[in-house]
Design a protein around this ligand. Sequence first.
Ligand code: BGC
Length: 763
Amino acid sequence: MKKNILFTSLLVLFGSMNAQTTKHIPQLGKDKIEDVIAAMTQEEKVYLLMGLGENNWTNPATGPKTVIIAGEAGLTWAIPRLGITPTVLTDGPAGLRIDPHPEGLNFTRFCTAFPTATALASTWNTELVENVGKAMGNEVLEYGSDVLLAPAINIHRNPLSGRNFEYYSEDPIIAGKMGAAMVRGVQSNGVGTSLKHFVANNIETNRKTINAVISQRALREIYLRGFEIVVKESQPWTVMTSYNRLNGFYTSENPDLTSTILRNEWKFEGLVMTDWWAGADAVAQVNAGNDLLMPGCYQREELLNALKHKLISEKALDQNLARVLKFILRTPRFKGYAYSNKPDLASHIQVSKNAASEGMVLLKNDKNTLPFKNIKSVALFGKTSYRYIAGGTGSGEVNYEYANTINESFEKNGYKVSKPLEAIYKNFIDTVTKTATKDNKKFIVDFHAELPLSKEQIGAQVKNTNVAIITIGRNGGEGWERKLTEFNLTDTEKQLIRNVSEAYHAANKKVIVVLNVGGVIATADWREYPDAILLAWQTGQEGANALVDILNGKVNPSGKLPMSFPMVYSDVPSAKTFPGEPADNPVNAIYKEGIYVGYRYYDTFKVPTAYEFGFGLSYTQFEYSNIQLSSKDFNTGMTVKMTVKNTGKSSGKETVELYLHAPGVEIEKPVQELKGFAKTRVLKPGESQEVTFTLDARALASFRTDLSSWVADKGTYEVRIGASSKDIRLTSEFSLPETIIVEKVHPVLYPNLPVTDLTLSAK
Ligand code: BGC
């Protein structure tokens, strides 16, 4: 009897426990991630591996997609029964890109257009870039997004590449340091970033299929290096793989990238997502550890089928799902953050303006033409003087409320702007705009040919104005390359510069050319005409105001070039192979220049440039002195100190660049490589600042393909401190007594086609 009672009560207990387990549905955030995954149906698992599809996508299982923030780039799935909230992913690199006035909203949702990445890199100021990131992140958070799809840090390999304006530099250290600062800034708001496009997305032609063939050395030293720096320094919440193939495989499908390099070697802890509609094989993407396929949905049947037939490894599936859930747990939306729709736009305008004025680069300033002296009236030539180009097109665009134009900014600052000239251009712009279609309305003026002016029209301006400013504008964007005809100035533009210069010089008045461009353009064949050239870049919605502050001397320019300006396009090391082969419809792009990208090429092969990497003028002068190395022999690290003194007459900031000339014992090396940079605070005339750089063993090392290792060769190293890559002001030496294998890595990413890198010996 007793036994029976015991048995019966045990049954009741088990029965009730059983009833309890079936009743309890694990909840994200409360229960273990493994339990949440275990509670998912196959269909739910598949949804969580993908985004929610493009706008208006109708999912056979769930009906039409819902939009959370109009203009968002993508969403992840919600599974309410498991406590899984959706997340919102939004572009992009120059600020948040959402729809400012969607239907049904009774207020506007404008975002701040910050300077493009290229302009930000030209500040050489990581603190400033971090502040821009903080401001961008505040807009991400307060408009209800969870992730900013930025920064984009691909290398400026060729000036025609359509998306260069979204990217920072031809140098991986700059790209990496700027990207790391941006990630820190954005993520300090408790929202995520997506470091993109991993990797070698340097070509827009056939961008979704093109195969970049790159040697392992060039990959490690140039194309992967920036990503490595950002991941190790700032741990972005997410990384976005690129569209292109690399050495035979889509980057989004290659575990050598997503697992071996990113997670195993670099210890990346976050989520990997694909670029939108990238790659060809969803199953390969999941198996490669690409956790989230974007925009998603169209892969549903393929993935369900793959799960059914066990084509997706269980390990990959569980790991990917766990990473998606860990990501969701971090998001403001999961945490129930009540966003205000009121980011601090007023203060962001100031952040944007400061960044704009620090990113502009003074390329020429004969006889101290700038800053203005006794200038009261200006003649503004060029259509772009009346329509400032704040940023490029595509996913890097920002929907801002206004962008001041140069003529407006001059007037706001109390200058007289020639009205007859303004009328000529406004009339031209109106005529051009009238021909616009719905699709090209926003940018038709940017892409339209310049208005030719007669000598009489130009001559008529001279008497009534103190100075001539000619703005040359260029826009470009995602999905196509810039043409060589856009790199070069047109005959109309060159004639305008020549004729305006002749007319104004005859009256003893100065001419300034302003370049409102997204990327490198030709300068060598016209630069002799004007007295000054200011590279304004595309500097966001406050660019024109920042520009006037520089011209009138309120701000002393301190930007320097994060890339080289060649004499002619054909001097670019990838000019012959860009975009790829066959030229009219490329399948492969063989990166034959190897590690010799940008200044690494021009300096080593002694090819003159129009303006070298790291170049930029100031209204004051700086003296460099007192270089001190912490020791004569390199042990585990080296500190380099020096002093910068403002010896001129106005206050200003200076960028100091540290290059290293390393001994090429076993392999050839570029004649010098940037290993550090620093921006001083504002130094008053006579003021000095000590600047400190640190070099670790990795800074001495090059990648040895035969050893799959970063190796620092023994020998003498020369530290070069410069105001540009050519203007080296201080040098000192140290030696490395023994060769060091600094780091051994996996021998992955073999080129699938023969690629013989350019070398000096095979020149
Ligand atoms: C771009 C990405 C962007 C994504 C979402 C793609 O076409 O390459 O950079 O983040 O679209 O808009």
